[in-house]
Design a binder for this molecule. Sequence first.
Ligand SMILES: C[S@@+](CC[C@H](N)C(=O)[O-])C[C@H]1O[C@@H](n2cnc3c(N)ncnc32)[C@H](O)[C@@H]1O
Length: 214
Amino acid sequence: MKINAKAFSEIAHTVFAPIYPVIADQIVAATGITRGTCLDVGCGVGSLGAALARRTELFVYFFDQSEEMLDLTEHTIDENDLRGRAGTLAGEVGSIALPDGSVDLIVSRGSIFFWDDLPQAFREIYRVLAPGGQTYIGGGFGSKELKDSIRRQMAERDQGGDQGGNQFGDKMRRNLGPEMRARCEQALADAGIADSTIIHSEDIGLWIVIRKPN
Ligand SMILES: C[S@@+](CC[C@H](N)C(=O)[O-])C[C@H]1O[C@@H](n2cnc3c(N)ncnc32)[C@H](O)[C@@H]1O
């Protein structure tokens, strides 16, 4: 499913804006990685990667299959004064144009739900992950308070739309629920990745931390 880049950009800069700094802090706390290179897979308009770059010394590659999203990410790079510390890269998660073992931290928020072949995505992510590198891949809204506030705001928008109702709340429950967790666990097993942890809570969301041995 193709996401409308302009509509997503508007949401990322308004309703979703408070979640990215919170999630970036959670990533730094969980992985301890603050230097080297970071890949933000399915970066959208670059909000999470930019929040991470601002609180670390990481060089961030913003990666997305949508050229339109990457054009909007160029504005995010400028707005956050990240020229020289960031680059954009177009592509599909199943085939990332980066060398083996070249990325220290791979993050991804809200994109995994769109990936057609999860085992191939994990194999490719593991290939580009550097020895000692880690991932933080999944979905979430930072905290229960932020999630509830976003659910309310999105429900108001849904009511005003053609279909009415609470499509966003339904999607949120589906994406962050036990079935998605089980799909991720199966895909990690199919990809042959043994050293991973799943963080799954009402507060933080659903995140996969893979650690590649040194
Ligand atoms: C809901 S947006 C999330 C954007 C951003 N990570 C955020 O949290 O604001 C999902 C993004 O994933 C990208 N995407 C979806 N499937 C992808 C794939 N197979 N390979 C690369 N990017 C993908 C979409 O183009 C879109 O920009």
